[in-house]
Design a protein around this ligand. Structure first.
Ligand code: SAH
Length: 220
């Protein structure tokens, strides 16, 4: 993907963005590619204009329909956890939301497939990525519990809303040695988990406590 740092640069000073990147580094994000992409992407384009001035704070923000754009730290953390598992050519994202995490992935892997159950969010995210001239993403309005079998298997799957347990279809759509990064659990008992396909089964690793909106079945 081309360097996007020129888009909307008048909106927020470079200094504000640099402060966020410094904070991410201090919080343990060490992958230079992830930090580069987080610095270059104009996050303010993914939120409502009224919230644009807060887009480079390290916090989640509302995007409508009771959903949120994830905290920058969490986007970086999940991306780093996914990339650390090995080369990622095709990645499935469940929960497009604002499309910000989608854009981060698109800058780092060859192809992204992204599913969102709320159609109006999906349409807005798609328009945002078009504006940024991101062309390696395919969007789908659907239920992410089912994955996207047509393009499986995926080297990586990243889920941005929390199910109670690993959705079977997602595990099934992982390539050999592929990995799934997802928040899992209920209410205030959620953890970020990495599930890796290994010969004969899956290995599970708990990364850290998190707080995400629930993964919901069906479409809206
Ligand atoms: N990564 C997004 C996070 C949005 S919040 C961002 O930073 O903007 C999680 C998103 O998951 C919401 O948009 C919600 O509608 C979506 N979601 C929840 N359950 C889903 C499901 N079963 N299939 C697809 N999307 C789902």
């Amino acid at each position: 993907m081309s360097n996007l740092s020129h888009i909307g640069i008048g909106m927020t000073s470079l200094r504000t963005r640099e402060r966020l990147i410094t904070r991410l580094g201090e919080a343990g994000i060490s992958d230079p590619e992830v930090l580069r992409v987080m610095r270059d992407l104009p996050r303010h384009l993914f939120v409502d204009e009224a919230l644009a001035s807060r887009a480079y704070e390290d916090s989640p923000l509302p995007i409508g329909h009771g959903q949120t754009i994830s905290q920058p730290y969490m986007v970086a953390r999940m991306t780093q956890a996914l990339l650390a598992a090995g080369p990622m050519h095709t990645v499935l994202e469940v929960g497009t939301g604002s499309g910000f995490q989608t854009a981060v992935l698109a800058a780092l892997v060859r192809r992204v497939y992204s599913i969102e159950r709320i159609q109006s969010l999906q349409i807005r995210a798609q328009a945002c990525l078009r504006l940024l001239q991101v062309r390696n993403v395919r969007f789908r309005h659907g239920d992410g519990f089912l994955g996207w079998p047509e393009y499986a298997p995926y080297d990586g799957i990243l889920v941005t809303a929390a199910p109670r347990a690993v959705p079977r279809a997602l595990a099934d759509q992982l390539a050999p040695t592929g990995c799934l990064v997802l928040p899992m659990g209920e209410g205030d008992r959620q953890a970020l988990v990495r599930v890796t396909r290994v010969p004969g089964g899956f290995a599970q690793q708990i990364l850290e406590p998190v707080s995400f909106v629930p993964l919901l079945g069906g479409v809206a």
